[in-house]
Design a protein around this ligand. Structure first.
Ligand SMILES: Nc1ncnc2c1ncn2[C@@H]1O[C@H](COP(=O)(O)OP(=O)(O)OP(=O)(O)O)[C@@H](O)[C@H]1O
Length: 608
């Protein structure tokens, strides 16, 4: 029996060692099979884990701003000295332009890469907000029609914030079209392709899972590359569309109800508003038109009143509003034009107001004159003057009442804002604590946020704390800073949609559609939205938008087309004006979506 043979070894039997060896030899194949099995199952487990984790790490669809881990272009951090070297110490010879919050310089890295460096003054809160916004969107937007942000730099010592963009060789559209008059843009084909490029860029922003509203579409924010392909720049005022935004569908009372829109209705409402407020998009002024026939100065006064500038973000606070001063609202296409246009606007509004409705004083004077000429009797004169006095006092009383009512409304609004600000602050504090603090609550970032450093310091610390990972500029940081949903400025005069200017702060994609409409008219006509050459005959053409509407009424849209254009496709140009007029409808709901606009321009969708 073999068992016995093993238990009672014979003299020839192998020594115990040999016996063990024999056992090992027999169990070896078993062990090998078991080991191979274990290895195989380990391999399978590891591969499944790897697949799962790599699937998790897969980037979401390009340009999805809603995802906190998405990043198409992660902005790099540059040292100040690198950027100083690249721009030859920010030499004036390299200056490309001047924005509202700093100058832009051409630069070249040692690798030969050409860039544009925007130097912002971090002392300005608005500049800081713009800086953060740019970085927030830079990491999320990936479109051939959006100017890429390459990186940033923060020089604490000099308190400078710098943004680095890819260089757009042909500068901005405003300059190329209206100042330099580039021959390339005198070709209709090129102009039309610029119009389509911009429409595609905006459509890309609006088509994202969480739509992005640019908020400041205008020719100076459209940059042209070497081949004059247009890209949208300047996301300083952009925001992710708030989820709850509803577009007003009820027409304002002044419009006589309805709200169906349509060019005709629009023409009526705009052309007959003889004050021209609609045309100038002065939402603020529109709120209290000088129906009593006030003087031009009075008509424009609300714009300049610091009271009216209550749109600062919760983060900005009142001091920021005051810092910007009363001209804060007047974000013009170029600083040089500011004074000129403003003056013109004041004069124009003034003259229109006077034309439309004589001031009460004028009226009273004329009554007095008539009265005195028609009756020679002193008695009658006395009676008339008494009546006039009474009338004046009535006027004064009603004026006072109006003023008081307005003041009360402003105070109410202020308290509401204050309450919202308080809520936002609390929310922000909570988010920050959960975001940046370790479980024991002792993170350095938190300590910093309580320290004396500026807000941008902590924002950048938060950004760096996440390293150069894909979510280095995550949505959460931005939300906690409130930049993507709380605009602090409201676009550029003439380009900003009427509802964008209103204090209700209802912002939707349709604001961009409106601004695009103005840009389209500028492209087709080669004129600024507000242009005065001085001659009296020019007055009706001074306001591009109302001129276009007048021409539409007369069926003479072709008159608006730039006379200097070569290779003009007249039909296409007229189509562009018609599309622009659709975009310029006063009610947001009446305006087409950017997708429809693109479809109309490409001839894929017919005009309503
Ligand atoms: N990437 C770039 N490539 C080439 N030029 C640029 C680039 N970025 C900006 N510029 C030039 O610098 C100018 C200023 O740009 P910036 O975005 O600061 O101001 P803006 O848009 O004109 O004004 P605001 O900031 O008040 O809206 C632009 O008009 C453009 O001519």
């Amino acid at each position: 029996m073999p068992s016995r043979a093993i238990s009672a070894p014979s003299p020839v039997a192998p020594p115990p060692l040999s016996h063990h060896h024999d056992k090992t030899t027999r169990t070896f194949p078993l062990l090998t099979v078991a080991g191979a099995g274990a290895c195989f199952s380990l391999f399978i487990t590891l591969s499944v884990c790897f697949c799962k984790s790599s699937r998790k790490r897969q980037p979401p669809p390009p340009g999805d701003p809603s995802s906190s881990s998405s990043s198409s272009h992660t902005p790099r951090e540059f040292s100040y000295s690198t950027l100083r070297r690249a721009t030859a110490s920010f030499s004036p010879a390299n200056r490309l332009g001047q924005g509202g919050f700093g100058a832009v310089f051409r630069g070249t890295f040692s690798s030969g890469e050409n860039v544009a460096v925007k130097v912002m003054d971090s002392g300005s809160l608005q500049g800081e907000a713009e800086f953060q916004n740019e970085l927030f969107f830079a990491a999320r937007l990936d479109s051939p029609h959006v100017v890429p942000v390459i990186g940033f730099s923060h020089d604490r010592k000099r308190r400078r914030l710098l943004l680095v963009y890819r260089l757009m060789d042909n500068g901005n559209l405003q300059d190329a079209l209206l100042h330099r008059r580039c021959p390339e843009l005198m070709d209709w084909g090129k102009r039309f392709s610029v119009a389509v490029n911009v429409a595609e860029g905006i459509e890309h922003l609006h088509g994202l899972e969480r739509p992005v509203i640019h908020g400041d579409i205008k020719p100076s924010n459209v940059l042209l590359d070497k081949l004059f392909s247009a890209k949208i720049a300047d996301f300083g005022l952009a925001r992710v569309k708030p989820e709850h935004v509803e577009i007003i569908t009820v027409a304002p009372e002044s419009n006589g109800g309805g709200g169906g829109g349509g060019v005709e209705e629009e023409l009526e409402s705009v052309i007959t508003t003889a004050t021209g407020y609609e045309d100038f998009n002065f939402g603020l002024v529109k709120q209290s038109p000088p129906v009593n026939g006030s003087s031009p100065e009075m008509g424009v006064a609300p714009l300049e009143s610091p009271e009216t500038v209550v749109s600062g973000s919760p983060e900005m606070g009142e001091d920021a509003v005051l810092k910007k001063g009363k001209d804060w609202w007047w974000k013009q296409e170029s600083n040089a034009e500011r004074g000129k246009v403003k003056e013109y606007v004041m004069q124009w509004i003034g003259s229109e107001v006077k034309k439309e409705r004589p001031s009460s004083v004028d009226w009273i004077e004329s009554v007095a004159r008539t009265a005195s000429s028609s009756s020679s009797s002193k008695k009658l004169e006395k009676k008339t003057s008494k009546r006039l006095e009474w009338w004046l006092s009535l006027e004064e009383e009603s004026e006072n009442k109006k003023k008081k009512k307005k003041k009360r409304r402003m105070v109410r609004e202020w308290w509401k804002d204050e309450y919202r600000r308080e809520l936002a602050k609390k929310k922000k504090k909570k988010t920050l604590e959960s975001e940046f603090c370790s479980d024991d609550g002792s993170s350095s970032v938190r300590r910093r946020s309580n320290s004396k450093g500026s807000s941008i310091d902590w924002w950048l610390d938060g950004l760096r704390a996440r390293g150069n990972s894909h979510d280095s500029v995550s949505g959460e940081i931005a939300k906690s800073c409130g930049i993507s949903s709380t605009p602090s400025m409201r676009g550029t005069v003439c380009y900003a949609a009427p509802e964008y200017c209103n204090l209700d702060n209802i912002v939707s994609e349709k604001c961009d559609v409106y601004s695009y409409g103005v840009l389209l008219l500028v492209l087709v006509s080669g004129r600024r939205p507000l242009e005065m050459t001085g001659s009296a005959s020019e007055i009706q053409r001074a306001n591009l938008m109302s001129w276009a509407r007048k021409l539409a009424r007369r069926g003479k849209l072709v008159d608006l087309v730039d006379q200097k254009l070569q290779n003009l496709d007249q039909e296409q140009a007229v189509l562009c004006i018609k599309v622009a007029l659709q975009c310029l409808q006063r009610l947001p709901v009446s305006r087409p979506s950017m997708k429809q606009v693109l479809g109309m321009l490409k001839g894929e969708v017919s005009l309503p």
